[in-house]
Design a protein around this ligand. Structure first.
Ligand code: SF4
Length: 220
């Protein structure tokens, strides 16, 4: 499933089914481009391999090509989308060139449609350079998983490929993104961390001029 919408009960539905179930109103369109990730978060459904493979968000065999993904965007009723979100069942920046191509393509088809990227914020570490300028003009919101208030806890939860450096790399990515993306939001899941840890995350974001959003836990 390349583009889907979310429904009550944590259900993911392909767009046609989504509009059949709920014909009225705009909704967020979610785009799934990869199952790969440079983290192995303890709470990620990808860790429960059997469940993940049974999901319609899991790509069996090859991942979709950029042409297939462009065709999915062109064929979607974009006039009925509230926003186009790149999130998927993996980390979208693992396919950075594809992601950038699709963001630009979506903007060319529907310039007023807001775009959002949900990311772990590790792309600068992954590519060894600052990639945030490449989002200029094609990305409206970047939502970065903060997960924790310190490097140790972050690493325990995410088991990120870059080890203890990952936390600072993610925060640096967030600060740099502010110069190129209108809305930069850091997120933490309410049930994973307690109120004290969430308060520390809030302070850390305030110090850097970043917005924190505490979001409810979704069992993927
Ligand atoms: S960053 Fe996202 S996709 Fe990657 S392991 Fe963590 S929760 Fe899963």
């Amino acid at each position: 499933m390349l583009i889907y919408a979310t429904h009550a009960g944590g259900r993911y539905l392909p767009l046609a089914e989504s509009f059949a179930v709920q014909p009225e109103g705009k909704r967020s369109f979610y785009m799934n481009i990869t199952n790969h990730c440079n983290c192995a978060c303890t709470f990620c459904l990808r860790q429960k391999k059997k469940m993940a493979e049974a999901s319609t968000l899991w790509f069996h065999g090859a991942e979709p090509t950029v042409e297939e993904l462009k065709a999915a965007i062109a064929g979607a009723p974009l006039d009925r989308a509230k926003e186009l979100v790149f999130c998927g069942f993996g980390e979208p920046t693992m396919r950075l060139e594809v992601l950038l191509t699709l963001l630009a393509y979506a903007k060319s088809l529907a310039p007023a449609l807001p775009t959002r990227l949900n990311t772990n914020g590790l792309a600068n570490l992954e590519y060894g350079e600052d990639v945030t300028p490449r989002f200029e003009g094609i990305l409206d919101t970047i939502s970065i998983s903060l997960n924790a208030s310190n490097a140790q806890r972050y690493y325990e939860l995410t088991r990120a490929k870059y080890g203890m450096e990952s936390f600072d790399g993610m925060l640096d990515f967030a600060v740099r993104a502010k110069a190129h993306v209108p809305h930069v939001v850091l997120t933490i899941v309410d049930q994973v961390e307690g109120p004290e840890e969430i308060a520390r995350c809030r302070e850390l974001c305030e110090e850097r001029g970043l917005t924190l959003r505490v979001r409810p836990y979704e069992a993927n």
